[in-house]
Design a protein around this ligand. Structure first.
Ligand code: 5GP
Length: 217
């Protein structure tokens, strides 16, 4: 079985009505629909951990968590890998390192990408690196980050991305492990933000027009 591009969510999928789930009341009216419920994220993450264990078991890895949006996925993925390491003969000794990227203002990608906490990644030399990202859009961010990390000469680099968007000009830079392939709409929740709002929402949702206006800066 070749690695898949993840669970495909089609463009015509209307999502789940918010009324079917619980979510913080302070966001009522700010969201259109639930596109991936929290439980499904967790189930998919469990399988991604299994795939990572199958490929990398018995290798030491350095997990490179891409903040801020990636913190929840990274924490949950690392948790699942730890559970597998506790319960099988094969284990993955892990270190976790955090870097922070910033390129978005409102829902628009900006040209300049800032990498914080990545000034000296020389400890990555000769190591197996697993980059953990919440979402890949055009792939520009991923490409820039990969180039930056490659310069420190790690032995191997793998990328886990929870979400990959179907965007017209994706630079064909796909993660090795993909949770879901989603329509090209702006999503929030599960640590993904819109101007720092919605990180405290556990489902992945599509923001509404009024939500965009309300939290615009
Ligand atoms: P790319 O360079 O691939 O176009 O954009 C990647 C970055 O943009 C991600 O790391 C993420 O921070 C941000 N991003 C792209 N699409 C979305 C989205 O739908 N929602 C949120 N919250 N961030 C996004």
């Amino acid at each position: 079985e070749g690695r898949s591009g993840g669970i495909v969510i089609n463009d015509d999928w209307p999502g789940y009505s918010l009324d079917l789930f619980s979510y913080p009341a302070h966001y009522s009216g700010d969201l259109d629909c639930v596109i991936v419920p929290h439980g499904v994220i967790m189930d998919r993450t469990e399988r991604l951990a299994r795939n990572i264990m199958d490929d990398l078991g018995d290798h030491d890895i350095v997990v490179l968590c891409v903040l801020k949006g990636g913190y929840q996925f990274c924490a949950d993925l690392v948790d699942r890998i730890k559970a597998l390491s506790r319960n099988s003969d094969r284990t993955i000794p892990m270190r976790v390192h955090f870097i922070r990227l910033k390129s978005y203002l409102n829902d628009q990608s900006t040209e300049d990408l800032h990498i914080l906490g990545a000034e000296d990644l020389s400890f990555l030399k000769g190591k197996n690196v697993l980059i953990v990202e919440a979402i890949v859009g055009t792939g520009k961010t991923m490409k820039t980050l990969l180039k930056h990390v490659e310069a420190f000469r790690p032995k191997m680099i793998k990328v886990a991305g929870l979400l990959v968007k179907r965007v017209p000009h994706n630079t064909a830079c796909l993660p090795d492990y993909v949770g879901f392939e989603i329509p090209n709409r702006f999503v929030v929740g599960y640590a993904l933000d819109y101007n720092e709002y919605f990180r405290d929402l556990n489902h992945i949702c599509v923001i509404s027009e009024s939500g965009k206006t309300k939290y615009k800066i």
